[in-house]
Design a protein around this ligand. Structure first.
Ligand code: PGA
Length: 253
């Protein structure tokens, strides 16, 4: 079974720092077991320099933090999927920072997923409740709605092309990680919702990552859960030693 360890670098690193970190992680991951999939998500403008560092048989893959839903057009400041380097294999969609700070709607997320999918890239769809929606039934209906609209109209993904990440907005960057048992319950809801929508993935049930204040101390507690297959890590992924420490723990699973 695959385990996904994904690092979301957000807008935290400059060019030099990103290249150095990519080299460090690449070197430390040279003998990674085949079932551990490490993917780094640098800022879009740093994908090229980072991709040059991890070329040539690297065990690491690259992803973008966001793309526009159109291939080209008058969208100042935006990036199209066909501007990404060839070894960029995945795109994050619906991250809570994009939803809350950049007003990304489920309908726009749906359009982005169509574009990403038809360009042969992997979709990493982030869902989760915010602080005001933490009550169980509210959180569950928010997550269900997010998935239903985002995946509406898509019935088939090719192998490994769809992953979901449960990322409660209140846990992101706050140091308040979700309780692993509750995260597992949400991951189970996510799998069930995707299946009920009739979305066909070769990897059924769809893999679900947990994200939100993951660190070396709590990473294992999520991966030990039945419905969680990986981690989407922000803060702890921009520190090479911490990120590698988490990967080392996964080797023992
Ligand atoms: P965090 O971020 O690990 O810093 O909480 C996770 C994310 O935003 O994906």
């Amino acid at each position: 079974m695959s385990i996904f360890i994904y690092g979301n670098w957000k807008m935290e690193l400059n060019r030099e720092e990103a290249v150095q970190l990519a080299s460090y992680i690449d070197n430390r991951c040279r003998d990674l077991p085949g079932n551990i999939e490490v993917c780094l998500f640098p800022a879009v403008s740093l994908l090229d320099p980072v991709s040059q560092k991890i070329e040539g048989g690297s065990a690491i893959s690259l992803g973008a933090q966001n793309v526009h839903w159109d291939i080209k057009g008058p969208y100042t400041g935006e990036t199209s999927v066909n501007m990404l380097p060839g070894n960029c294999k995945a795109v994050l969609v619906g991250h809570s920072e994009r939803r809350s700070l950049f007003h990304e709607t489920n309908a726009n997320i749906n359009r982005k997923i169509g574009t990403i999918m038809s360009n042969g890239l992997k979709v990493v769809l982030c869902v989760g409740e915010n602080r005001g929606q933490m009550q169980e039934d509210v959180a569950c209906s928010i997550i269900t709605d997010q998935i239903q609209t985002a995946l509406g109209g898509f019935t088939e993904f090719v192998e490994g092309q769809l992953l979901l990440a449960y990322e409660p907005a209140w846990a992101i960057g706050s140091g308040l990680a979700a309780n692993p048992v509750i995260a597992n319950r949400r991951a189970e809801l996510i799998k069930r919702t995707v299946r009920r929508l009739g979305v066909m993935c070769d990897s059924d049930p769809v893999p679900v990552l947990y994200g939100g204040s993951v660190n070396q101390g709590n990473a294992f507690s999520y991966l030990a859960q039945e419905n969680i297959e990986g981690l989407l890590i922000g803060g702890a992924s921009i520190n090479g030693e911490r990120f590698i420490d988490i990967i080392e723990q996964v080797r023992d699973l």
